[in-house]
Write a protein that binds this ligand. Structure first.
Ligand SMILES: Nc1ncnc2c1ncn2[C@@H]1O[C@H](COP(=O)(O)OP(=O)(O)O)[C@@H](O)[C@H]1O
Ligand SMILES: [Mg+2]
Length: 622
């Protein structure tokens, strides 16, 4: 039997059999075919090669029959030579066809992976921020990767496996029957004995596979957690290295043990396959030998049948387990489709207009907002790993109206959880309002293109994210064509140039994972430099100095003053110094506006603001 058939069957046996009973959504098959359509000419050639390969598989035994019956027995040397050469040529041809088949399947498969991956990446990227807060990124990535590969397998190896196995089986059994039905039936009698244990071995292998997947996932997540900067720090400062190592070794040991069991079980499976095929060959020779002596078949037929027999068992095993393979592949496709079908919550309108503005005005009109619930934003098939969240969240903003005049600063203050961050997220449309509207220069932001809206808004948050890359790459993220002078000017204005120029590699210094190489204040100033490069007409600062000590804060304050210069801004800050100079202060309390006015007005009125003011902290809870 062929080794390849055996391996494929083994892989199938060890994969998750539960998919066998999965139910597909109607239309899935049609949709899969639509992915194959761009490759239809490649597919047809692929199919032709598969047919050629199956035909070649039975041609050689038939040539051997001729060689013996028409050459060796009548002692015709020219026939012997011709047939031998023909067999040799066929072997070469068969090798060539197999290379072409592999080429086609790689070409179609990789093309499909390319299509699906780019489509899924684009689509996930378009999802609103709600999706990312809900979904476990790790699980999503693993899922997408394995499903895309599964889908690729569906169109190449599963498809070609079925076609070529069915073809080979029909041709081989047909030819064998034509040569001698007695031998054929006798040698097929062993088949049930052979197929019976595959199920038992399959379920054992499956168990092992599942365990090793789980253990591998645990190992990966341990390494992920321990080997990132924050994790490594925690281990060094608090952890017990010996204990960490013991736990890790225990898992690795288990993986190793499972590996040994799996190797033995699969060897056992193989040896059993090969022995049974050998037994069948013995039976064929036994019965066939007698028939040949009786003269009911020729010697050539006997040789041909036994050669064909060797090509029978591989396809048989593969087809016996084909359902799992097919369903697994289809389910992979379906789960990729599930990701592709997820509509982003925040979408651009058709014929949206471009925002063109230098110093815009902003208006919130009776804005109400409730965070979306889990059902609206996440993938059902990933929910099993997340905590079920049955209740809808309550309304966070309950009718917020205010205006920010061009080029002015509006400060939002209020206790923690009042809804300040939520308000700042609605402006760049991280979420859409549930009711009411937000407009810039009198245009509802839902009428604008997302790109133009977001490029007009610069945000600095409490904890700015930096990519694990050089300082210059992080800056260029805001403006990809920025020159060195522009970057330098932005860094100077953001009070970070002294630091950058003192580093041996200057702008080419790696900032480390999440900017770990930099202090909190330095990170914030770099984020401000990034914002200055972007040069947005609207600036939102959400507690940008909250985590900083006073020395750092002073520098960041200076940088922020630059960022606010001549721009329309919304500032959320806990220090009085930032808020006092604002043109307008809005005091939020539990999703409503409690007070508004200038610092002086609000202090005099003796409301919530004067309370917060007395505490000298404008955003933290009582
Ligand atoms: N992604 C979210 N999903 C559901 N609820 C949220 C989410 N983000 C914030 N909230 C809730 O919204 C309320 C307001 O939060 P936030 O706007 O961050 O307050 P603030 O910035 O004023 O401290 C809080 O009660 C918070 O728990
Ligand atoms: Mg906040």
């Amino acid at each position: 039997m062929s080794m390849q058939g055996g391996w494929m069957a083994l892989r199938t046996l060890s994969s998750d059999q539960s998919v066998k009973h999965a139910r597909l959504k109607p239309g899935t098959l049609k949709r899969i075919i639509s992915y194959a359509i761009p490759y239809k000419s490649l597919f047809s050639l692929f199919l032709i090669c598969l047919i050629a390969d199956a035909l070649l598989a039975i041609a050689t035994p038939l040539l051997l029959k001729e060689l013996i019956d028409k050459g060796v027995i009548p002692e015709d040397r020219s026939v012997v030579t011709t047939m031998a050469i023909a067999v040799a040529l066929l072997a070469i041809l068969s090798a060539a066809v197999n290379i072409v088949i592999r080429w086609f399947s790689a070409k179609i498969g990789e093309g499909l992976i390319y299509d699906l991956r780019s489509q899924v990446f684009d689509h996930v990227q378009e999802q609103s921020i709600a999706f990312f807060t809900r979904t476990q990124t790790g699980a999503l990535i693993t899922r997408i990767n394995s499903d895309v590969i599964g889908a690729h397998r569906a169109l190449t190896s599963t498809f070609s496996g079925i076609v070529s196995n069915v073809l080979t089986l029909i041709l081989v059994v047909g030819t064998m029957l034509a040569l001698s039905w007695q031998i054929t039936i006798a040698s097929l009698l062993l088949l049930p004995i052979f197929l019976a244990p595959t199920k038992a071995i399959g379920s054992r292998l499956q168990g092992y596979t599942r365990d090793s997947f789980d253990l591998n996932a645990q190992m990966t997540s341990t390494m992920n957690e321990r080997f990132n900067v924050s994790g490594a720090l925690l281990v060094k400062l608090y952890g017990d290295l010996g204990q960490e190592s013991r736990i890790f070794r225990k898992r690795v040991r288990k993986v190793a043990d499972i590996g040994i069991s799996m190797a033995m079980l699969s060897t056992f499976f193989f040896i059993a396959l090969i022995s049974i095929a050998a037994l069948a060959t013995a039976i064929a020779y036994g019965i066939g030998g007698h028939l040949a002596i009786d003269g009911s078949i020729t010697l050539g037929s006997l040789i041909a049948i036994t050669t064909l027999l060797a090509r029978l068992y591989g396809p048989l095993v593969s087809l016996a387990t084909v359902r799992v393979d097919v369903m697994g592949a289809l389910v992979s496709f379906e789960r990729v489709f599930e990701v592709l079908d997820l509509e982003p919550m925040v979408r651009e309108k058709e014929f949206a207009s471009t925002l063109q503005t230098t110093t815009p005005s902003i208006k919130f009109d009776e804005v109400r907002f409730t965070y979306p619930n889990a059902k609206q934003i996440s993938l059902a098939s990933l929910e099993s790993t997340a905590l079920p969240e049955l209740n809808d969240s309550e309304e966070i903003l309950k009718g917020i109206s205010f205006e920010v005049k061009p080029g002015t600063v509006t400060a939002l203050v209020g206790t923690s959880g009042a809804g300040k961050t939520t308000i700042s997220g609605l402006l760049p449309r991280l979420y859409d309002v549930t009711a009411g509207s937000i407009s810039i220069d009198g245009i509802d932001i839902r009428e604008l293109t997302l790109a133009s809206l977001r490029s007009s808004i610069g945000v600095v948050m409490q904890d700015s994210h930096l990519f694990h890359d050089t300082i210059s790459e992080n800056l260029l993220y805001a403006k990809s064509d920025a020159t060195f002078d522009e970057m330098k000017a932005a860094c100077v204005a953001a009070q970070i140039w002294d630091l950058v120029s003192s580093l041996p590699n200057g702008l080419e210094t790696m900032v480390g994972e999440r900017g770990h190489r930099l202090s909190g204040g330095e990170k914030q100033r770099l984020a401000i430099a990034r914002l200055l490069l972007k040069s947005p007409s609207i600036v939102i600062l959400d507690e940008a100095t909250a985590h900083l000590d006073s020395e750092n804060e002073e520098l960041v304050q200076k940088a922020l003053a630059q960022a606010l210069q001549g721009r329309t801004s919304i500032v959320i800050a806990h220090r009085l110094s930032t808020v006092m100079g604002a043109d307008q202060i809005i005091v939020l309390d539990d999703g409503t506006i409690a007070e508004r006015g200038t610092h002086e007005e609000l202090v005099l009125s003796g409301g919530l603001y004067s309370e917060l003011f007395a505490r000298q902290d404008l955003t933290t809870p009582n």
